[in-house]
Design a protein around this ligand. Sequence first.
Ligand SMILES: [Zn+2]
Length: 412
Amino acid sequence: MKIEVDGSRLISEIESLASISDAEAPAVTRIVFTSTDLKARAWLRARCEETGLSVRQDAIGNTFARWYGSNPAAPAVATGSHIDAIPNAGKYDGVVGVLGSLEAIRALQRSGFHPTHSIELLVFTSEEPTRFGIGCLGSRMLSGALSPEAARQLKDSEGTSLEKVREGAGLRGELETLKLPLSYYKAFVELHIEQGPLLERQRIPLGVVTSIAAPASMRIAIEGAGGHAGGVLMADRRDALCAAAELILAIENAARSGGAIDTVATVGICEVFPGAVNSIPSRVCLSVDIRDTDLKRRDGVMQQTESAARAIAVKRQVSIHTELVNADAPADCAPEVIEALSESCRKHNLPFLRMVSRAYHDSLFMSRIAPTAMLFIPCRNGYSHRPDEYASPEDIGRGTLVLAETLTALSR
Ligand SMILES: [Zn+2]
């Protein structure tokens, strides 16, 4: 059996999907359940159907495209990723995993391979948090990490509820039906661009992910006192932005002081009120993102953030309110899926690096209900979530080949 990936067809499909976008090329914007997203879903469904896959959608729009194995009652082997894209993103994040999986299935069909376990392409709804403020919406619900009650509370920035939005997209089933039983999948594999520079820097074509870092995010509101930038003397000030500045550096220090390479913390949003050159900032809102492969260490940084906030509030006579947005556990990938990926790389004489995923993916949640691992390919300069995101056809082809080989091993 010889597996041959049709690289040029795959690349032209990646280009076709990129053209279904709300941003001008080369940028891609595809927010969940917009008319553009629905158009992309319809395009993808047609590709799956012409491949002979049976397609179904669940109540939140997760798409399952199944190639039935000779034992259809046995748990399926799943592979896939997402096709939604943040504003002004690139064309490879998520898409390589979806269209690469589809081409892997076609390559296996052409090779004459017949799986025992069904192979299922899984396309997750809203991996990106753009619309509802929470990432991995589809996989969270499949794994039970987000309850139907909590999902019913979600609203987009226009105040439209997730319930209304999904109804508008023609999805009417009960959210209670989403959670998959533990026996549903035998394994899950996600092919993805690295979104970091390590593979490219070390000139290694593939990465086998052994663990996925635990993300957490917090919102912090700092309330001080405003006033005239000329009139209020320095001794009398309760400047919210100066307090925020101290807190931001304390968060950086908390992440650095542990000395672990996998601990990272970022304050990515700082909103200043009223935001005038001659007005003392009265209120500041920060968004903080903290990640680590080690849950204890990650929680340690969060606790240090809280205690720094308390100390700074007292010292600067401001009030600081911290709110937890989400704190997810890290995932260890499954040894048997890691081994299947590694063995497939060896079989094709392709060097690979065992690595940690610092970005989180749907795999983080899939790992709670199925043995899971990820396969990374390099992306230029490690760039992602920007229009110049790029992965070479050679790297995409190699990733797809190893994925196809891995699917044969897992579905036999
Ligand atoms: Zn992604």
